[in-house]
Design a protein around this ligand. Structure first.
Ligand code: 5GP
Ligand code: MG
Length: 192
């Protein structure tokens, strides 16, 4: 059975996504020339974007990974954010950190991560997000993304790293799932 049967609509094709990674990679290479760039990918959702973005960055840089969780199964945020796996770089002093995220929604996750890196003494902290849902931003959130791949309306998207219940991350494009996948009726549930 193919995952493609579950797709309602494609929002960003492989070609669209390649163009985004290329455009942002060039911009970042230009802006961080002569800086001590440390790119931090927020697991797991940003891994595919990270892999494409970093191959479009032409200046020397280091990479690291962090895990932060604000979502549980389903499509709604729980509100609280926790860091479950920290950087392997222990001292961030002197680094210009660029946080790479799949999607900026309420913004609580990146607010928390930005605050942590700033408090720990990073030289600068900026955000590169593949997708931005500005209408969803929480009132308490003050961070603003410097690099944005594309803005999206308030719909729950999957693919290219983004999951629904940990699945669909391996789709090479970004789209939305059919309504019955997000909210299965009893009949569909029994049929599965
Ligand atoms: P925030 O703290 O900004 O509310 O949450 C950001 C995280 O929520 C993202 O990294 C992502 O894991 C999840 N998220 C928010 N919107 C979507 C969406 O439309 N699709 C998916 N798959 N995850 C989303
Ligand atoms: Mg995520």
């Amino acid at each position: 059975m193919s995952m493609l049967q579950d797709i309602q609509e494609v929002f960003f094709s492989q070609e669209d996504l390649a163009k985004i990674a290329n455009r942002l990679g060039h911009q970042i290479s230009h802006d961080y020339k002569d800086h001590n760039l440390l790119i931090v990918s927020v697991l797991k959702g940003s891994v595919i974007f990270m892999a494409d973005l970093m191959r479009n960055i032409t200046i020397p840089c280091k990479i690291d990974f962090i895990t932060a969780s604000s979502y549980h199964a389903g499509t709604e945020s729980t509100g609280s954010v926790s860091v479950t796996d920290d950087l392997s770089v222990k001292d961030v002093h002197g680094y210009d950190i660029l946080i790479v995220e799949d999607i900026l929604d309420t913004g609580r996750t990146l607010q928390k991560l930005s605050d942590i890196f700033s408090k720990k003494g990073a030289s600068s902290v900026r955000i590169c997000t593949l997708l931005d849902k500005p209408e969803r931003r929480d009132k308490s959130v003050t961070i603003k993304p410097t690099y944005i791949g594309a803005k999206v309306r308030n719909e729950f998207v999957v693919g290219y790293g983004l999951d629904f219940d940990q699945k669909y991350r391996n789709l090479p494009f970004i789209g939305i799932l059919k309504e019955e996948i997000y909210h299965p009726t009893t009949e569909t549930k029994e049929a599965n």
